[in-house]
Design a protein around this ligand. Structure first.
Ligand code: NVA
Length: 258
């Protein structure tokens, strides 16, 4: 299989050529298009106009391919998806938080978003996920209360506090909002005995990244959404999750191209 990478600056998509026209051109040349970028509307426009399979590799609103790897990892650990108690900690209205809520609703996991009210997912998405969850026999819960939100959870999942496309100046307010939602050893004790820790990566669990080091210096916070202790603990399955991206993406290609 041949792959051509179009980097942000190397096409006229949306600048001199409409997304719809670019989609039609690419559809004549390629068997499929993966879009990994910012705007969800762009991936939808590519899909509507290209005539070939279009895969959402991450947008500001959703991250569906990551979900497949995550669900596979959960199934590997618990032997089932249905009835698993899943808690997302942190910015629950980011791309990963949104997609996890959708994925859990569809597959029958009980989903809890544990985050400050300001960062709850949009009401319309919550409402439609609740409808889907009702059909799958599962629940969608939103709570600001960390103890309540993590009690007996089988999966504790978190993501970085500032997502792609957000300006650097939101760090300070986001840290203030989300510090109480950091995944640490104390929090994991409140989860179920069999609980696992998940993260889509990249993660700020130490100072070994440029941003991690800057934040530590500026705000005195050496770890952010998860402590290094939890990230490196036996309960952490983050690198199984990372590996499962490979297997599930291969399946997506097979299912849509073959
Ligand atoms: N919420 C993160 C996900 C990275 C895979 C981001 O958008 O940066």
């Amino acid at each position: 299989m041949g792959v051509t990478y179009l980097e942000p600056g190397s096409s006229q998509m949306g600048k001199k050529e409409s997304i719809a026209d670019t989609a039609k051109v690419l559809g004549r040349m390629f068997d499929g298009i993966e879009y990994r970028g910012f705007n969800q509307k762009i991936v939808e426009e590519l899909a509507a106009n290209s005539g070939v399979p279009v895969w959402n590799g991450l947008t500001d609103e959703f991250h569906p391919t990551q979900m497949l790897a995550d669900l596979l990892t959960i199934e590997e650990n618990f032997g089932t998806l249905k009835g698993v108690h899943f808690t997302f900690m942190g910015d629950a209205r980011n791309n990963v938080g949104n997609s996890l809520m959708v994925a859990c609703a569809k597959m029958g996991l009980n989903f809890t978003a544990c985050s400050p009210k300001e960062l709850f997912p949009k009401k319309e998405l919550v409402d439609s996920c609740r409808q889907i969850a009702a059909e799958s026999g599962s629940t969608i819960t939103l709570t600001e209360n960390v103890e309540e939100g993590t009690k007996n959870a089988d999966v504790i999942y978190t993501d970085i506090w500032v997502s792609m496309g957000e300006p650097d100046d939101v760090w300070e307010s986001r840290i203030k909002l989300l510090k109480p939602y950091q995944v640490n050893a104390q929090l994991m004790k409140n989860a179920s005995e069999r609980s696992i820790f998940m993260h889509c990566l990249p993660s700020f669990h130490d100072k070994n990244t440029q941003i991690g080091a800057d934040i530590a210096k500026k705000f005195g916070l050496p770890e952010m959404e998860v402590t290094d202790e939890v990230f490196t603990s036996k309960r952490s399955v983050v690198f199984d999750e990372a590996e499962n991206r490979l297997h599930t993406i291969k399946s997506v290609l097979y299912a849509t191209l073959c």
